[in-house]
Ligand binder design. Structure first.
Ligand SMILES: [Zn+2]
Ligand SMILES: [Zn+2]
Length: 275
């Protein structure tokens, strides 16, 4: 990898400015944007981008599962009420300005050369890129599992932060909009492992951004109560159990961490037992 010379770091700044242009150019007049410092433009892009991804993925998914494929994936009497969804949207919207601060800070750290990020896959080659990515994802699985589990186990943290997300404890109150309905600090804490990885593992910056984006879509997806049955993916079937027992399936993309630390509950076996 090249050093962390200012010319090298400039590649990151060019990339983040490009993202900012994509999101803000069509929506915010240049004359409003220009006086804002770089970090404020980054935050504004994250905020607007976050709101758009949240609503677009939420509405499309709701339309598909509750309207277009009515009764196929979700029985009619288990469709969440409008009121429940609006409440989730309200909680998520309150938290969004704070969530947006996390990638703003992490980008600042990347642009200033504090992390192990690299700019182009060519610098390390595809084999090492893959190795680093697997380590990154493994650390995230581990980190997010424990962050989530501690948010349950440490009672004051649960009461103060995580309980906000757990008021949705029945199938018919969970919806894709619950995906970002957290206390702001709770949502940030659960995303922090992504940022910690930047310091521990050489990470391709663009891939990191894509992974954060996937995170937002994924979290909507696991709250739709539709069990995907795609081993070893920890989909909504597992996460619905998390919302009803509070003590299982803390994990992230895969069942790996729950399996390893003994908190896994398989939705298939649950339904066999008739629970
Ligand atoms: Zn939880
Ligand atoms: Zn949840």
């Amino acid at each position: 990898m090249e050093g962390r010379a200012p010319e090298y770091l400039h590649k990151f700044v060019a990339e983040t400015e490009w993202y900012t242009d994509i999101v803000l150019s069509p929506l915010v007049p240049d004359s409003w944007r220009a006086p804002l410092p770089h970090w404020a433009q980054t935050w504004l892009r994250n905020y607007i981008g976050g709101v758009l991804v949240y609503f677009l993925s939420g509405f499309l998914w709701c339309f598909y599962i509750y309207y277009w494929k009515r009764n196929v994936y979700v029985p009619k009497d288990e469709i969440p009420s409008k009121k429940a969804m609006l409440l989730q949207i309200k909680v998520a919207m309150k938290a969004m300005p704070w969530y947006s601060a996390l990638p703003t800070i992490s980008e600042y750290m990347v642009e200033n050369g504090w992390t192990q990020c690299y700019s182009s896959i060519r610098e390390v080659g595809w084999p090492m890129y893959t190795v680093y990515l697997v380590i990154y994802l493994g650390l995230c699985e581990f980190g997010i599992y424990w962050m989530h589990r501690e948010l349950h186990d440490i009672k004051p943290l649960y009461k103060l932060l995580h309980a906000t997300h757990h008021i949705y404890n029945k199938q018919n109150t969970l919806s894709p909009f619950a995906g970002l309905a957290f206390h702001p600090l709770d949502g940030i804490l659960q995303a922090v492992p992504h940022v910690i990885c930047l310091f521990l593992v050489p990470t391709h910056f663009t891939t990191h951004i894509i992974l954060l984006f996937c995170e937002a879509v994924w979290t909507a997806n696991i709250h739709d109560c539709i069990h995907g049955k795609l081993w070893p993916v920890m989909g909504a079937g597992y996460h619905t159990i998390h919302h009803t027992t509070y003590r299982h399936n803390y994990g992230h993309y895969t069942i790996w961490a729950d399996w390893m630390f003994g908190t896994l509950r398989d939705p298939e076996e649950e339904s066999k037992k008739g629970i």
